[in-house]
Design a binder for this molecule. Structure first.
Ligand SMILES: O=C(O)CCC(=O)C(=O)O
Length: 299
């Protein structure tokens, strides 16, 4: 595992920022201590335990996998933590929107994978540089547990053709995979310890393998935007103002939740899901489990 990127007063220095734009990713960056991360994980697992059979409008897994920051205060708290935002600001600038947060969970000894893909293919925002994902490990992300793999420099490509496999074995909404073969030697394994994060550009080709370890692999993927980003496919889109100002007004600004699965937050989640479906399912040959009517859920 490489040495953590050293931060200067919690921020990326100029060479690290240059390296991000050169490679399309950066890691590992330590943002939370092991103890604090263990507390986040315990809180998440308590929620899973308490709400597993609760009478929510959608299965619990759907809320974990889709816009969790809208209904789960824990997720919003992590995504809006100044230590995370200080790093993100180094790439996207002082004005930051929190657009999406997704828990990617692979249970121990399971076969689910994430096919190699470029995130921007499905966001309805074109090839904008005004976005970035911060992926925070809440448990060890190792080759054995199915950490992400990134293809260095691949963000310099345009959006490439993707195929929808709709495979049950793929954690993504339509089992999407970039229609190019990625050689193993072109993959960088993004191993992270709990509390560390990686950053990746929305055009970086990435995916992850199965979890062959005895622990859960829990990652929180948080998508940030610079307010210049624009939703071009869906009629409207939503974001939380995480830091600074939004002078563009391209997104409907929403407040982070104060209560777990509150009725107003669940209603807002449903509205966002319905509006974003237009972008997320564009071109799909069948409805996807995260956005369609058959609410099966994953993760
Ligand atoms: O968690 C994973 O394995 C994949 C996550 C991912 O594709 C993403 O954060 O864009």
């Amino acid at each position: 595992m490489p040495e953590p990127i050293s931060l200067s007063q919690g921020r990326l220095d100029a060479p690290s920022v240059d390296a991000y734009w050169q490679d399309g990713f950066a890691f590992p960056i330590t943002v939370f201590s092991p103890d604090e991360t263990a507390q986040f994980r315990a809180e998440l697992e308590q929620i899973e335990e308490t709400w597993r059979v609760a009478d929510l409008p959608l299965p619990l897994n759907m809320y974990k996998r889709l816009n969790a920051h809208v209904v789960m205060p824990l997720v919003a708290r992590i995504a809006l933590d100044p230590r995370v935002l200080d790093v993100v600001e180094g790439i996207l600038g002082p004005d930051l929107l929190l657009w999406s947060a997704e828990l990617f969970i692979k249970e121990p000894r399971t076969t689910q994978v994430v096919g190699m893909h470029q995130d921007l293919t499905y966001w309805g925002m074109g090839e904008t540089p005004d976005q970035m994902t911060a992926w925070i490990a809440l448990s060890p992300a190792t080759v054995a547990s199915g950490c992400m793999d990134f293809v260095r420099g691949s963000h310099k490509n345009p959006i490439l053709p993707h195929n929808d496999t709709f495979s049950d074995n793929n954690l993504l909404s339509r089992g999407q995979e970039v229609a190019v073969d990625v050689a193993d030697e072109d993959k960088t394994h993004i191993e992270l310890q709990p509390g560390q994060m990686s950053l990746h550009h929305g055009l970086t080709i990435h995916g992850s393998g199965p979890n062959m370890s005895d622990d859960r692999r829990i990652g929180l993927a948080i998508r940030y935007l610079n307010p210049n980003a624009q939703q071009k496919v869906a009629d409207r889109d939503y974001a939380v103002l995480a830091r600074g100002e939004d002078r563009m007004g391209n997104f409907i600004l929403i407040e982070p939740p104060t209560e777990l699965f509150s009725p107003p937050a669940l209603a807002l989640h449903a509205r966002i899901r319905e509006d974003q479906a237009k972008a997320m399912t564009q071109g799909a040959a069948q409805s996807t489990h995260l956005y369609g009517n058959e609410a099966t859920g994953t993760g």
